[in-house]
Design a protein around this ligand. Structure first.
Ligand code: ADP
Ligand code: MG
Ligand code: MG
Length: 254
């Protein structure tokens, strides 16, 4: 059992060389392996900032609070060390890795995380199976990471990474955005395979409820203006579908 604890997190974004803009104003979240959490909220409410802060993106500065994984201080770790500790972050805008194939990228990542290279035969089979389930052509394994990938291909590739790396905690930032109906279903099924395996804590960041019809969250947290303003079970996502974010936005006067 693993636990990711975010305590009273305050974070700012580096807007220019000498200007920090405060974005997060005290976020508290506890995620245990096997749980699925949805983070919802309007555009600009700080959802991605939370993900970047946990990932260690250099543009995002933690001004107070803590993030621990099984008691270890995540914020003092290098970005690589965070991945080795079992944190997986799928970003809203994945980066291209020129000259590195999907197959090599995944094997290198797996080796770095496990501390030893995966056995080649089982690995090749696992990779092929995961790609097949996500509706990806096997030839994709030889393409350079994210280079010329369509939006849907980037998201499918993220889920292949998630399935193969088996992280303790995974934060998926708008994995559903820009997906057509078939891609959304295949990506959701991939997330559900990881969910059902039961050893990963999942955080699904979204501002639409449609992915949550496929991936049922145990907990829903609503972000407005850099804070969690409401929490509940999956019924909260259904309420939001009907009523929107307006009542919360009014509550905080944002
Ligand atoms: P969300 O993911 O909920 O849509 P973000 O965390 O991306 O929201 O953004 C929160 C706020 O921080 C927004 O007001 C956004 O404009 C601001 N922000 C985020 N990144 C930057 C940046 N690099 N420069 C300036 N402002 C930023
Ligand atoms: Mg506070
Ligand atoms: Mg965002």
């Amino acid at each position: 059992m693993s636990v990711l604890e975010i305590r009273d997190l305050h974070a700012s974004v580096q807007v220019s060389e000498d200007e920090l803009k405060p974005i997060l104003h005290g976020v508290d979240l506890t995620i245990r392996s096997g749980e699925t959490h949805a983070i919802m909220g309007p555009n600009g409410s700080g959802k991605s900032t939370t993900a970047y802060a946990i990932a260690g993106h250099p543009k995002y500065k933690i001004t107070s609070g803590s993030v621990t994984l099984d008691g270890e201080d995540v914020l003092s770790m290098s970005v690589d060390a965070r991945a080795r500790a079992g944190l997986f972050l799928a970003m809203q805008y994945p980066v291209e890795v020129p000259g590195v194939s999907v197959a090599n990228f995944l094997r290198t990542a797996k080796t770095a995380i496990d501390g030893e290279a995966p056995k080649l035969r089982t690995w090749v089979k696992e990779l092929r199976t995961s790609m097949e389930k996500l509706g990806m052509d096997p030839a994709f394994a030889e393409r350079n990471v994210n280079e010329g990938f369509s939006g849907g291909e980037k998201k499918r590739h993220e889920i292949v990474q998630l399935e193969l790396l088996k992280p303790k905690m995974a934060i998926l930032d708008e994995t559903d955005s820009g997906l057509d109906i078939d891609a959304l279903r295949e990506v959701s099924q991939g997330i559900n395979r990881v969910k059902d395996a039961g050893s990963t804590g999942l955080v699904v960041i979204t501002h639409y409820t449609r992915i949550l019809r496929y991936v049922q969250p145990d907990f829903v947290h609503v972000f407005v203006a850099g804070r969690i303003v409401e929490e509940g079970g999956k019924e909260l996502a259904e309420d939001l579908e009907a009523s929107g974010y307006e009542r919360f936005v009014n509550k905080v006067g944002a």
